[in-house]
Design a protein. Sequence first.
Length: 394
Amino acid sequence: MIIFESLFLALAILLALPVVILVLQILASLLPYKTRKNVITKRPSIVVLIPAHNESTGLVPTLLSVKSQLVDGDSIVVIADNCSDDTANIAKALNVVVLERFDEVRRGKGYALDFGVRYIEKQSSQPDVLIIVDADCLLEDNALGRLAYESVEQGRPIQALYLMNSPHGAGLKTKIAEFAWVVKNWARPLGFLRLGLPCQLMGSGMAFPWQLIQQADLASGHIVEDLKLGLDFADKKLAPQFCPEARVTSVFPINNDGVKAQRTRWEHGHLGMIVKDGPRLIWQGVKSMNLGMLSLALDMCIPPLALLMLLVLALSTMAVVGMVFTLELMPWMSALLILAILGISILLAWGRFGRQILSFSSLAYAPIYAVIKIPVYLKFIVKRQVEWVRSRRD
């Protein structure tokens, strides 16, 4: 029984940490907050970099959305990366700079971004700010300007609020996934912002002072290159900051295979970072007294919401079994406390951010959704996705 209790205690501590960080973020996100006023008056010059791999069906709305916010001195650069469709021709028809890259060995968004940055580097003049927008995203009013001002004023990467919406007629699974996305990309970074802490980079709506992004290590095929890039900047004590006033939106793929591939890529990449780098980065943040690195490392170690729910439920089941055989209440009480904290966090997040996405009765199906995702997490153990794969959208 000593072995069981020791194992249970270790698992409880491992799960308590991300649950406590999560509830702290959710509670902080409910605090009042004043929008920052920009100090500089001259709008920084911008280049918007748009990596695109076979994005011909959705590229036009993105380009029109971006072009509507440009002023004199701004420009767009599209990287048509390993495309087999007419992405490049569609972009050229809208009078933007188009770079075509073909490299079957060095595949992935990171290589495409590096290709674009090296092109801009060779031009006669460089922008004040580089903003990265995915080829399937739309910008809300003044998103580019707000990101540019914040990036120059703070001298660090700035992350917009990046949301994924459910397509019209989407089923309950997609709605629950949208809510989980809102928790990850809105509630949690907003909570850290209100505590004066940084946020992760999210892949789209990312703004960088030119001097910083020019020196960044972008050329990699890492499947969560944005997460890695944010941690690289945090290591230099230039951790990204969240700017919820600038909003970027996209839509989950309609194709079920596309949705599954997209989620698998995101979650396998995230879990891989937790397993490989989580403890090391936490220790690095503590040892170097780098609060930005420490906070991002702790945030990174919060598993996907569905997996966290599964793990806490499994811990509670272990506690019940242990109580039956040992008559010890302590394991059950500690597991119940962790489960209660997680449940309260989810309910608070739903009340503040999720009411428009799904009803309370629909939220009750979240544990079933988590169970359905077990194969995705088992696949991480036996056949992890390690390469970047584009999601089918239609």
